[in-house]
Design a protein around this ligand. Sequence first.
Ligand code: GSH
Length: 217
Amino acid sequence: MTLRIHGIPASRAIRPLWAATELGLDFEHVVTDYKGGGTRTPEFLTLNPNGHIPVVEDETSAGHLVVFESMACALYITRAHGQANGVDISCANLKEEGEALRWAFWSVTELEKDALTVLMHRMAMPETERKSDLAQAAEGRLRAPLKVLEGILSAQADQNHDYLCAARFTVADLCVASVAMWIKPAAALLDEFPLTAAWLKRCLDRPAHQAARKFGR
Ligand SMILES: N[C@@H](CCC(=O)N[C@@H](CS)C(=O)NCC(=O)O)C(=O)O
């Protein structure tokens, strides 16, 4: 087996796990939790000196490749192992490639920090440690990028396209949805953006996403 993915689905590793599952790839899943020190062992740090999951390893004609950064991992998998045939979630042409890169960077720069604050302070942290003022402030800031997303989805809908850069679900949708899902605990905020809420549900309901969430269980 040439492809190996380190991480757990309840982390940013869902991005490469989901991508590989969408493509139906045969890959090895190395269960590495972000808790418990597994990302700080000498062996793991040789793969990712940042000490974070996910990491993707691949045996290729160019040698043994190691990719870290979750968005890069998802984009790499679809580029290296998918087909540019307009059916796979991989980019079919330069336009889709440019848009997927744009959306991946957009997700981590415009959305991720505040979305994570919402997830942590509305749901993930023990109730006694949650700070609703932090969540509320993050929700306020998220209105601007969510408006951008809603606008693009509206323009896409005008062309009968259900997804961000094509009529089909692509890696661009995967990148954005894997961050936007952290906003789900702020249901009232998502209700303000109905196209975004419906698109997010479409993405997360995909069988490959549901299957990827179960890896390692
Ligand atoms: N920008 C990185 C962030 C990776 C990251 O922070 N991963 C977390 C899990 S979601 C982790 O491994 N934390 C363990 C640690 O920091 O020790 C990426 O997108 O891959």
